[in-house]
Design a protein. Structure first.
Length: 275
């Protein structure tokens, strides 16, 4: 019988996960389907139990459900540390919560040939996305600086992540110097996201050839930040890479099958280009 997978969220209409996973299932000839469901916070537990009762293969969670899921499932260590669950695995009778956002970012960097241990990473922003990325990269041996408009949030996130690695928090006052001291710069803020496509957290004059600039914003695909980075001769990584690779990790967790990353990326990119 066909196995059903799903993403729960609210809003969820614009999720690219169904397109990505359905392309993967089709490419591998797997009798599976992936759907999106609008689920409110109050109904999350009922919906998860319902999915399990109906034999779903696995779930993704998106805004605003990732954090409250911690109370419903058994988070693994990384999901517990990050404080959010984006993937639920139905294992025997257990509900295991994973977080693949940080792994998605890590793999996106690795695929571009970046060596993480001892690299100096500057993360702009201190929200949920920054948290996942900071935990993952610190755990993999990067020296991480979190720079945020509200410096206090950067300090408190750095304090949280510190037990797993080398992390410090700061404000945006010395941004130019912080960029100059880094090998990798990751924008996790919403600056530059549609419709504010002319905005960028830093400009070409602050960047240099060889710097890796990774923007987790994927709408537009090529943000103003990435355009400026290219002008400066930097190496660029777009947000779709992270989105696809976090999805690929969920796919691997649920199915145990090597995800067809290229197929997933092509499917998601095609849809985004049409949007
Ligand atoms: P998410 O969970 O998606 O990471 P979030 O928790 O809302 O989103 O965090 C958004 C991040 O973008 C925050 O770090 C925010 O900075 P503040 O903590 O100071 O609010 C940052 N951000 C949003 N708009 C910004 C702007 N115009 N300039 C600088 N930083 C901005």
């Amino acid at each position: 019988m066909k196995i059903i997978y799903a993403v729960f969220g609210d809003p969820v209409e614009h999720s690219l996960s169904p397109v990505m996973h359905n392309a993967a299932f089709a490419a591998l000839g797997m009798d599976c389907e992936y759907h999106k469901f609008r689920v409110s916070k109050d109904d999350l537990e009922t919906a998860i139990m319902g999915a399990r009762a109906m034999g779903f293969g696995g779930l993704n969670l998106t805004i605003p459900l990732k954090e409250i899921a911690l109370e419903i499932v058994e988070p693994d260590t990384l999901a517990h540390d990050i404080g959010a669950v984006n993937t639920i695995e139905f294992k025997d009778n257990r509900l295991i919560g994973h977080n693949t956002d940080g792994i998605g970012a890590l793999r996106a960097l690795q695929l571009s040939g970046v060596i993480i241990p001892n690299s100096r990473v500057l993360i702009l922003g201190a929200g949920g996305a920054a948290r996942a990325v900071a935990f993952q990269l610190a755990q993999n041996g990067a020296k991480v600086t979190i720079a945020n408009r509200t410096a206090q949030r950067a300090h408190s996130l750095a304090e949280n992540v510190n037990p797993v690695g080398d992390v410090r928090g700061t404000g945006l006052d010395d941004l130019q110097e912080l960029v100059a001291q880094s090998n990798i710069m990751i924008n996790t803020t919403s600056v530059g996201m549609h419709p504010d496509i002319d905005k960028t957290p830093i400009t070409a004059d602050m960047m240099r050839p060889g710097l890796v600039v990774f923007d987790i914003v994927y709408n537009p695909l090529k943000t103003r930040l990435l355009i400026e980075a290219e002008t400066a001769g930097a190496i660029i990584i777009d947000g779709l890479k992270m989105l696809v690779l976090q999805g690929a990790e969920s796919f691997r967790i649920w199915t145990g099958v090597e995800p067809p990353v290229k197929v997933m990326e092509r499917a998601a990119r095609t849809v985004l280009e049409l949007m």
